[in-house]
Design a protein around this ligand. Sequence first.
Ligand code: BGC
Ligand code: CA
Length: 301
Amino acid sequence: MSVEVVIKDGAQTTGEGPHWEDSTRTLLYVDILNGGVIRWNAVTGQKEDKHFDEPVSLVVPCRKGGYIIGLGRKLAHFDWDSGKVTTLHEVPPKGSNDRFNDGKCDPRGRLWAGTMGHETVPANPEREKGVLFCLGLDGQLVSCVDKIDISNGLAWTEDNRTMYYIDSLPRKVYGFDYDIETGNISNQRTVVDFGEGTLGRLGYPDGMAIDTEGKIWVACYSVGKVVRFDPQTGKELRTIEFPALRTTSCCFGGKNLDELYVTCGREGASEEELEKYPLSGSVFKVTGLGVKGYPATIYEG
Ligand code: BGC
Ligand code: CA
C-alpha cells in the first residue's frame, strides 16, 4: 500500500467532493470556500478550474451534459465551456449563511445532497440547521431528513437496499432501508458510532466511499485518516494515515477503480499545523489497497 500526493496544494480552503469520471479518467472535486470547481485529468495531469462567488460544495456530471454543483444554498446546473450557471433550486434558509455540503448520486442517478449551518470554525457550525435533500429524476427537490449538523458522506450497497449517510457531529454513520424504485428512505439506525472518547483518534466522520466487499471507507476529519469500517458490525477494519489532518472525503478511481483518491483541507489550520503538515489541502492517491470501488453514478435527470 502506498500514499502519494497527486495534486499538491489542490485546495486553498477545504478540498471536498471527489468524483471519479471513468469515461475521461478525470477527478472532479471542489475547494469549498474558495468557490472552486476543479477537474484533473489523471492521464495527462492537466488541471483546470472555475471559480464562483459563493461556496461550492459538490460537483457531479449530468447525463445531459454539464454538471450539477452545490452553490451556497442552491443546486445549480453549470456548463463548463460557456460558464453558464442555471439555478435549479434554492433551499430556504434555516439560519444565516447555511449552505449545501456533500452530495452524491444514487445508483439510479438521483442526486442526494445535504446542507449545514454557518460555521466560523471548521466542524463547529450552528447545530441542527442541516437538511438532507433528494433531487429526483423529474427535477423535483424533496426534503428527506431534518435537524442535521453537518450533512456529509453517502453510499449505497450493491443490492440497492441500504443507504449509508454521515452526520459529522453526532459522529455517526446511519443506515436506512432504501427503495431504489422510489428513492424513499426508512428505518434509520446507526451502523457506525464513532463513540465517546475517540475524538482524538478518529476525529469527525466526513465523506465516504463503499468498496465491492460492502465495506465503507470513511474520511476522518481532524486526524488525517481514512478508516475502513464494516457497516454490519460497526467495527474498524483498517486505517490509512495521511500527512495532513483535515481529511474530508474519498472516492475510488483509476483504470481498475482500485485506487483511492482522498481530499483534505487547509481551512482553519494554524501556522503551526501548516508547518507540521505542509501537504494540507493536497489530493492524495492510495494504491495497493487490494480492494475496488464501483463506477461513480451521475445525475440522470
Ligand atoms: C465541511 C466542512 C466541515 C467539515 C468537518 C466538511 O464536510 O464541508 O465545512 O468543517 O466537514 O467535518
Ligand atoms: Ca464532506
